[in-house]
Design a protein. Structure first.
Length: 284
């Protein structure tokens, strides 16, 4: 094993160490139509500049995506996703050899190509439901896998869940998918309740109010609330005006047990983590 492989294993090991610090996953959207920053990082100069900025501000992981999953997004072909994504992964890996790279995809073949290009983690918004080969591919790749709750298809992923059942439904889905992954030998799992995907505003807040419903699942929790409409609609502001409110929610989620926070704005997220660490020193 090379020195670089050892370093990556140590960094990734922190995710699964319950005593390690909370980590920040910085979002790099290389799409023309993402909901808040579409088209901003579709050239190599811009995606490398943004990656450097996030790393400088303290991002532990860069999460690269090339297919928009905002409401009413058009599903692009696998070929188009690969053309957008793989050059970015290769470029970021070459310029920043020590950063942990996550790839946001629900397609098994894209996951394979991304890992071959240098990705370390697969972040699947579908929880293995959009591509029946994803779980087997993850088992073969032996990389950590972000398992997110979703509604079962690209077309239905923003349909609202029934009222009053959201925590139970999310926990049941994650539990079922974890059993399938474990049967294939996949143990490095990160769970994401899927805030903003097929939930009402009230359900989104219910999901992050406490994580007791996730406690029986012994895996680190990832939370992605950055610039989402659960904040902007509540406050009647634009998505890029929600940093302060998101910071408050991030502090709450960290206190409730979240291990990774996925954000567009890295610096405020790192500041939240630092003040939460300071508070923790005085806990008894």
């Amino acid at each position: 094993m090379s020195a670089q492989d050892t370093a990556f294993n140590q960094k990734i090991g922190q995710i699964f160490n319950p005593h390690a610090e909370v980590m920040v996953m910085g979002i790099l959207n290389c799409t023309p139509d993402s909901f808040s920053d579409g088209g901003s990082y579709v050239t190599e100069e811009n995606w490398l500049k943004q990656s450097e900025k996030m790393i400088h501000e303290g991002a532990d992981i860069i999460d690269i995506g090339a297919l928009s999953t905002r409401p009413n997004a058009i599903e692009i072909s696998e070929e188009e996703e690969g053309k957008r994504l793989i050059p970015v992964v290769s470029s970021v890996r070459k310029c920043f050899p020590n950063v942990v790279i996550s790839v946001d995809t629900f397609r098994a073949k894209i996951a394979q190509k991304a890992v071959d290009a240098g990705a370390n983690i697969i972040n699947d918004i579908s929880g293995g439901t959009f591509d029946e080969m994803m779980f087997e591919t993850i088992a073969q790749l032996k990389v950590p896998y972000v398992l997110m709750h979703n509604n079962g298809s690209f077309e239905r992923m923003h349909e609202k869940e029934p009222e009053h059942t959201i925590q139970d439904r999310v926990a049941s889905f994650l539990r079922t998918q974890i059993v399938r992954l474990n049967q294939l030998g996949v143990k490095k799992i990160i769970i994401d309740p899927g805030v903003g995907f097929g939930k009402t505003m009230e359900q989104n807040y219910e999901l992050i109010s406490d994580f007791g419903y996730l406690e029986p699942l012994p895996y680190p929790i990832l939370i992605g609330i950055s610039r989402k409409s659960m904040i902007s609609r509540l406050l009647n502001v634009q998505s890029n005006e929600t940093v302060n409110a998101a910071s408050g929610l991030h502090a709450h989620c960290i206190g409730a047990g979240a291990k990774i926070i996925r954000v567009h704005d890295v610096k405020p997220a790192k500041q939240v983590i630092e003040v939460m660490k300071a508070l923790k020193r005085y806990e008894y």
